[in-house]
Design a binder for this molecule. Structure first.
Ligand code: ASP
Ligand code: MG
Length: 349
């Protein structure tokens, strides 16, 4: 286990409170039933102001790097299945079953292939299992800034998201110092290069701490918090194993079984910030990956049709806005990072 001093005190307090399980969730439900009361505290107002400043810093950074903001599709016949077992919301769309976007990955590939560098500020819905309510970083409804560029490598995408986060932290430190003071948040220094470790290195680090982790799977949620607590600055985990992520993360042609992808992880126990990758974009390869991940290719008609016509190779990432806000503000749990949060399994307006 890492020294507890490396875990931010509000994360440590949340971990402690969440041990009460359903008692914690009942109290949360009571609190969230009055969103007008929650939102008028000085603390909540500070959080939402930091979030607004961060969002405009994100737009400023991406716009100045040649990305254009597109309006995000919300409904479609299929959506991202690579969401670690969370459920999708299906609605009746004039007799067709349509999904509410769990992520707009398929549309990102279409858009970046056509337009070059694009992003969405994209609302997503994922019916996470109820136990996700106790991780402090899952919401059933959230917003991610979903970025994609054609012809980019995953190394270039990592440089991009690193630059983005550094910019956001600098702007927030400069423009939101009063809010950070109200929140008692002393943001860690993010100016040095972010360390990059491979997934297999991350797994051996966890194992050497006596934490169960598997070479063939994503890092488990609790392992991710422990790793995150070992670092003082954000860091990357790269090169996840084939089968552990969405079908669209590209397998390295030179290293079969290894994906050209990454997660960016916040330090201090805050956990995952962003996921990104180079994409599979060739029809035959995507078809094989879809089948291997248990998806029905029939449902992906428009997408496979697009790949059969041919698209450009693209790469990108998605960064969660509420998790970013949680890190910037030093919040115990992500529900504090939005008005009327939807915490998995918790009834709230
Ligand atoms: N689609 C991914 C997600 O939502 C992000 C990405 O790879 O761009 O986690
Ligand atoms: Mg992810």
């Amino acid at each position: 286990m890492p020294e507890t001093s490396a875990i931010h005190p509000s994360v440590a307090r949340f971990v402690e409170a969440s041990r009460q399980g359903s008692r914690y969730l009942r109290e949360l439900e009571r609190k969230l039933s009055k969103p007008h009361v929650v939102a008028r505290s000085e603390r909540a107002r500070a959080v939402l102001r930091v979030q607004a400043i961060a969002l405009s810093a994100i737009r400023e950074f991406l716009d100045s790097h040649g990305f254009i903001e597109l309006l995000p599709p919300i409904l479609g016949p299929v959506t991202d299945p690579g969401i670690r077992g969370a459920g999708q919301v299906v609605v009746d769309y004039y007799g067709w079953p349509y999904r509410v976007m769990s992520s707009a990955i398929l549309y990102k590939q279409a858009a970046a292939s056509a337009l070059g560098r694009i992003y969405f500020v994209s609302p997503n819905v994922r019916l996470e299992p109820p136990e996700a309510a106790l991780t402090g970083r899952h919401l059933a409804e959230f917003v991610q800034v979903d970025v994609e560029g054609s012809g980019m490598s995953y190394e270039e995408v990592m440089d991009l998201v690193e630059g983005l986060l550094k910019h956001v932290v600098a702007v927030v430190k400069g423009e939101a110092y009063r809010e950070l003071e109200i929140l008692g948040r002393d943001l860690p220094d993010c100016s040095d290069p972010f360390p990059r470790l491979t997934h297999s290195r991350a797994v051996s680090m966890l194992r050497s701490l006596g934490v169960d982790a598997d070479e063939a799977s994503e890092i488990p949620w609790d392992g991710e918090v422990i790793l995150s607590g070992l670092f003082r600055s954000p860091f990357f985990i790269t090169d996840y194993p084939l089968g552990s992520r969405g079908f669209y993360d590209r397998e390295d042609p030179e290293r079969p079984g290894v994906l050209r992808d990454f997660d960016l992880i916040y330090p201090e126990g805050f956990g995952e910030a962003a996921s990104g990758a180079e994409r599979e974009y060739e029809y035959e390869r995507v078809l094989a990956r879809l089948k291997a991940s248990g998806e029905d290719p029939e449902e992906y008609g428009w997408y496979l049709g697009m790949l059969a016509d041919g698209i450009k190779p693209t790469a990108g990432f998605g960064i969660g806005v509420e998790r970013l806000t949680r890190f910037l503000c030093g919040l115990g749990s992500v529900w504090e990072a939005r008005l009327c949060p939807k915490v998995p399994g918790v009834y709230s307006p």
